[in-house]
Design a protein around this ligand. Structure first.
Ligand code: PHE
Length: 340
């Protein structure tokens, strides 16, 4: 028995010495001192020995146990220290390495234009109003004096959700929604938003685009107020040297109606942007139709006003000399980062 134990001790010491990781060492400890461990088994057998033999073997077992345990502890400390060091080395940081600079985002060019135009009108006492993109036929057409069979609907063909609900084709329905809400208070709003039309995507059309609507309703508002406000806007946005030209036009919800042009940056010399005309069409406008005022509960005898609507993409293209509307929607960073 004594020989056997010595042999076990020698093997145990050898195995502990050979263990390369603290995990391997734990396995060695289990093999000798676990519940069914080799040395544990000897301790159990002590009880079967005669009272004379017991002290002697007890002593030997204790010595073997103590020696192996001490060595296991020493070895464990060695291995843990080694592992700690390896871990530190693998996680070493080079604090002098230049960092990875996170890319800074910035507003989309269309948002920049919307912000800039909105700010200009805020400065003239307008406030921002918004309305739903999924709109009732009533607000998109009927309350704007476009009855069901009106030919103007053809230009505004849209995506219908039901007979009576559609994706709005312009921001003009917000005119009516706002007037209904604040009547008989005066109205002075600017309405940026997304609109939808059944148009195929090409260099100048998109089925989803953006508009900015303006509406001013009060007593004694005339057409010259419209021209004055638009001239301030145009000169702020395009430059002090620009002028505004009004051309007769037609919209069912304004009477009279006008197309508004701004003089081209080429100063009439003729260029590709204005197609040698010297003028750029930027928006539609007019005096609010008495029927529209009346439907929103304003007395057309007392109140008058003007409205205008512009396409944000078009304005942005004129501003930056962009020739294809699709650039705005393709999320190509080579395009977008030019506006940071
Ligand atoms: N809603 C018109 C359009 O989308 C533009 C417009 C707005 C015209 C307000 C006159 C007054 O074409």
């Amino acid at each position: 028995m004594q020989e056997e134990l010595k042999q076990i001790l020698v093997e145990g010491l050898q195995e502990a010495g050979a263990a390369a990781t603290s995990q391997e060492l734990s396995a060695v400890r289990l093999k000798y001192f676990g519940k069914k461990g080799l040395i544990t088994q000897y301790s159990r057998r002590l009880g079967m020995l005669s009272p004379e033999e017991r002290p002697r073997f007890g002593k030997i077992i204790n010595e073997v146990r103590q020696e192996l345990e001490e060595y296991l502890t020493t070895r464990e400390q060695e291995l843990l220290a080694l592992e700690e060091q390896r871990k530190l080395e693998s996680e070493r940081l080079d604090v002098e390495l230049p960092g990875r600079r996170p890319r800074r985002g910035h507003p989309h060019p269309l948002q920049l234009i919307i912000q800039e135009i909105t700010t200009t009108f805020l400065g003239m006492g307008f406030s921002v109003a918004e309305g739903p993109e999924v709109e009732l036929d009533y607000y998109n057409f009927e309350a704007l004096n476009i009855p069901p069979e009106h030919p103007a609907r053809e230009m505004h063909d849209s995506l219908y959700i039901t007979d009576k609900i559609l994706l709005r084709t312009h921001t003009s329905p917000v005119q009516v929604r706002t007037m209904e809400k604040v009547c008989p208070q005066p109205v002075r709003i600017i309405v940026p938003g997304r609109v939808y039309r059944r148009d195929a995507l090409d260099a100048t059309h998109s089925p989803i685009f953006h508009q900015i609507e303006g509406l001013l309703v009060d007593k004694h508002i005339t057409f010259s107020d419209l021209k004055g406000i638009l001239t301030v806007f145009v000169q702020k946005f395009f430059g002090e040297d620009r002028t505004v030209r009004l051309r007769p036009s037609f919209f069912p919800f304004t009477e009279p109606s006008t197309e508004v042009d701004v003089s081209c940056g080429c100063q009439g010399r003729g260029c590709r942007i204005c197609k040698n005309t010297g003028w750029l069409e930027i928006l539609g406008a007019g005096s609010v139709h008495p029927k529209v005022l009346a439907m929103a509960n304003y007395d057309p005898e007392l109140y008058s006003g003007f409205a205008f609507g512009m396409g944000v993409e078009r304005i942005a293209m004129l501003r930056y000399g962009i020739t294809d509307i699709r650039h705005f929607y393709e999320n190509d960073l080579r395009f977008l980062s030019q506006f940071s």
